[in-house]
Design a protein around this ligand. Structure first.
Ligand code: BMX
Ligand code: ZN
Length: 315
């Protein structure tokens, strides 16, 4: 572990809660994970603080002093107040949760809370595929589609930390209504959930599908799965090119379960994107996949303390 002490990183998902120790060098140890209670906020907070206590005990057994706990979680997070304004719908009663203060009070640790994608981007910026880069757009394609933007070396935060909900840019004003209330969101066309839903439509609901199964079926030559994947790549390409036109990034970073093992998918998207849009902007972008895998969220969450002491709050 680095000489700057260790921090605990937490990845709080709708179905899984993971935590680990992370050193200043990004090294991960003492990984633990458990299912996220589905019985409401008190049980989730108990599970979270119990997990943090367990990892902290593991640290002290190795003579390591935990400096803080950082939590990455889906939803609109007020990073200044540490409040989950609207969180994953998989957790019952998970809106307007003062998560930072609740965890700090229960653990006695300095606590930080952020959306689940800026923490991925921070980890990749420090230890992964975006090292040394100051202009990166990150899209995580999984259950939903999340986003984060690094521009001029600073994480785009907006008024209170909600900036870069890139899964909810609309790519079709006549498209389906999204869970967020908007119409035609990118997430409705290209997330794992959307791909599974579209495949069920085309196969008239004759079986249940997961996003991963659809991508695998497409790889195996299933014509309907290929049609679904092609539609998803098409929508993603419109979203990616629009983001390139907006942020002029050096790197477009792709994460989430859909891209985690799928170099073929990255290549298809890259080929589609490079034929579109303003060529001087699109041709100069490197389209890469997240390199730290599922550790990226844990590492970036643990780095929230270091980020808060860099040039400005959670930069
Ligand atoms: C949704 C949104 C984002 C999140 C993204 C990825 C909510 C609850 N979630 O677009 O904040 O980053 O999903 O979420 O508003 P994941 O669960 O797929 O990681
Ligand atoms: Zn939406």
């Amino acid at each position: 572990m680095g000489d700057d002490g260790v921090d605990i990183g937490v990845d709080l998902g709708g179905t899984k809660l993971a935590a680990a120790l992370v050193g200043a060098d990004g090294r991960v140890s003492e990984r633990v994970s458990r299912s996220t209670p589905q019985t409401g906020r008190d049980d989730v907070l108990d599970a979270l603080t119990e997990t943090v206590r367990h990892v902290r005990q593991r640290a002290s057994k190795h003579g390591l002093v935990v400096q803080s706990v950082g939590i990455g979680t889906a939803g609109q997070i007020d990073v200044v107040r540490g409040v989950v304004l609207a969180g994953t719908t998989n957790i019952h009663d998970w809106n307007n949760v003062p998560l930072r203060d609740a965890v700090a009070a229960a653990t006695g640790l300095t606590t930080f809370v952020d959306n689940d994608v800026p923490v991925v981007l921070q980890a990749e910026r420090e230890f992964g595929a975006a090292q040394g880069c100051t202009d990166v757009v990150c899209l995580t394609v999984g259950t939903g589609i999340g986003g984060a933007v690094l521009t001029g070396g600073r994480l785009l935060r907006g008024a209170w930390g909600g900036a870069a909900e890139l899964g909810h840019i609309s790519v079709d004003k006549h498209g389906p209504v999204c869970a967020c209330g908007f119409r035609g969101c990118l997430e409705m066309f290209a997330s794992g959930t959307a791909v599974a839903r579209r495949m069920a439509e085309l196969t008239h609901g004759d079986r249940k599908w997961t996003g991963v199964e659809v991508f695998q079926a497409a790889l195996c030559g299933d014509a309907l799965a290929e049609q679904v994947v092609s539609e998803a790549i098409d929508a993603l390409a419109y979203g990616v090119v629009s983001l390139i036109h907006t942020f002029n990034p050096k790197i477009m970073l792709l994460g989430g379960g859909v891209f985690s093992e799928a170099e073929w998918l990255r290549e298809r998207l890259e080929n589609k994107v490079h034929g579109m849009g303003i060529q001087s902007m699109v041709q100069s972008v490197h389209i890469r996949r997240v390199s730290l895998g599922t550790d990226a969220g844990l590492i970036g969450a643990a780095r929230l303390r270091a980020m808060s002491t860099m040039n400005g709050e959670l930069s």
